[in-house]
Write a protein that binds this ligand. Structure first.
Ligand code: KG4
Ligand code: ZN
Length: 303
C-alpha cells in the first residue's frame, strides 16, 4: 500500500518540508498497521526492518529513521538503513527477481536525474547527473508554467496525449559528457507561453507534448551515448519519471532491440516501500544489518 502526501502539498505547488515531516509522523503507525493487516501478518513474522536513511528532506528522514530504530529496539529486530536511490534501482529486482548486474540505470525522480553503471551489488557508479533541475522537477515546473496542478509529471503526461509533439521545437536539453541540463528547455517553455498569451486547449496540449518530448529525448540520448561508449546487456529505468508513458514507449522503441530493458510497473517507479525492502534485502545478504544506530543523511548517494 502507498500513502501519498500529494494532496497536502498541491495547494503550495510543491513539497513543503515541514508539512512533509508532520505528515510522516501522523501516517507512519497507521500505515505500518495497515500494511501488516493487508499482508495478513503479525510482528512475530517480521525478521528485520528496512528504512530510507537518505537522500531527501531531513525532517521526513529523521521521522522514518527514528521510528524504525525505536521499533527495532522495542522488538529486538535488526534495522537496515538504505539509500532511496538504491531503492529506485532495486525496484527492477521486484520486477525480475533473477536480475543481476552489470546494467546501466537511468534513475529519474523529483530530486534526481542520474545515469548510473551498476557494476556489481554494492558498486554503483554515477556516470551522468543533472547540472540544474532534476527531470521530475522539469516536469513539475513546466506544469506550473502551463497552469497545471502539482505534481506536474502526471498532469503533463495526461495532457500530452491530445497534443502533437512536433508542434513546438524546444531545444534538446544537453550538458557536457553524460550530464543533463533542463533549465534551458524550461525557460524556453516560459518564453513560448508568454509569447502566445491566452492559450487554447489545443495549444496547451501541444506545448505539453513538445516539452515532454524534449525531456524524454534528452534522457534517452544520454542512455544511448553511454551504451555506445560502454555496452552493457541490461538497461533499467527507475524513479517517478519512469512512470511517464511517453518515456516508457520511446525507451522500448529506441533501446528494446539492443538491450534487455527493464521498466518496473508504474507503482514501483514512484516512491514506495517495496523498493526499499528490495534494496535492504540485497544489502543485508551482503553486509548484514546495521547493528549500530545510524543517522539520516540528506545528501546520501546510492550506498
Ligand atoms: O521518485 P518519486 O516518486 O519521488 C522522488 O523521489 O522525487 O518521483 C516524483 C517525481 C515528480 O517530479 C513527478 O512529477 C514525477 O516523478 N512523475 C512523473 C510522472 N509521474 C510522476 N513525471 C512524468 N510523467 C509521469 N507520469
Ligand atoms: Zn523517489
Amino acid at each position: 500500500m502507498i500513502r501519498s502526501q500529494d494532496e497536502l502539498h498541491a495547494p503550495y505547488g510543491g513539497v513543503v518540508p515541514e508539512i512533509a515531516a508532520r505528515a510522516h509522523l501522523q501516517s507512519l503507525i497507521p500505515v505500518i498497521e495497515r500494511a501488516l493487516a493487508t499482508a495478513d501478518s503479525t510482528w512475530d513474522q517480521i525478521d528485520a526492518l528496512a528504512v530510507t536513511r537518505g537522500p531527501g528532506l531531513i525532517g521526513a528522514l529523521l521521522v522514518g529513521v527514528n521510528m524504525a530504530q525505536s521499533i527495532g529496539l522495542a522488538r529486538g529486530l535488526p534495522v537496515i538503513g538504505v539509500s532511496h536511490l538504491a531503492g529506485h534501482l532495486y525496484a527492477a529486482k521486484l520486477e525480475e527477481p533473477g536480475l543481476r548486474p552489470p546494467a546501466l540505470a537511468l534513475i529519474v525522480s523529483g530530486g534526481h536525474s542520474d545515469l548510473v553503471r551498476w557494476e556489481e551489488h554494492g558498486a554503483i557508479e554515477v556516470v551522468g547527473r543533472t547540472r540544474d533541475d532534476a527531470a521530475g522537477e522539469a516536469f513539475d515546473k513546466g506544469a506550473r508554467i502551463l497552469g497545471l496542478p502539482f505534481p506536474g509529471g502526471p498532469a503533463i503526461d495526461r495532457l500530452a496525449e491530445g497534443g502533437d509533439p512536433r508542434s513546438f521545437a524546444f531545444p534538446r536539453p544537453r550538458a557536457p559528457g553524460l550530464d543533463f541540463s533542463f533549465s534551458g528547455v524550461k525557460t524556453s517553455l516560459l518564453y513560448q507561453v508568454r509569447k502566445l498569451g491566452d492559450l487554447t486547449d489545443q495549444q496547451r496540449a501541444d506545448l505539453a507534448a513538445s516539452y515532454q518530448e524534449a525531456i524524454v529525448d534528452a534522457l534517452l540520448q544520454r542512455v544511448e551515448a553511454s551504451l555506445a561508449a560502454e555496452p552493457v546487456p541490461t538497461v533499467i529505468l527507475g524513479g517517478g519519471v519512469a512512470r511517464n508513458r511517453r518515456l516508457r514507449k520511446a525507451a522500448a522503441e529506441r533501446l528494446g532491440a539492443r538491450v534487455h530493458l527493464i521498466v518496473p510497473a508504474p507503482d514501483l517507479c514512484t516512491d514506495n516501500a517495496a523498493m526499499i525492502g528490495a534494496a535492504a534485502l540485497e544489502q543485508w545478504e551482503r553486509k548484514g544489518p546495521d547493528l549500530a544506530p545510524f543517522d539520516a543523511d540528506p545528501g546520501l548517494g546510492f550506498s
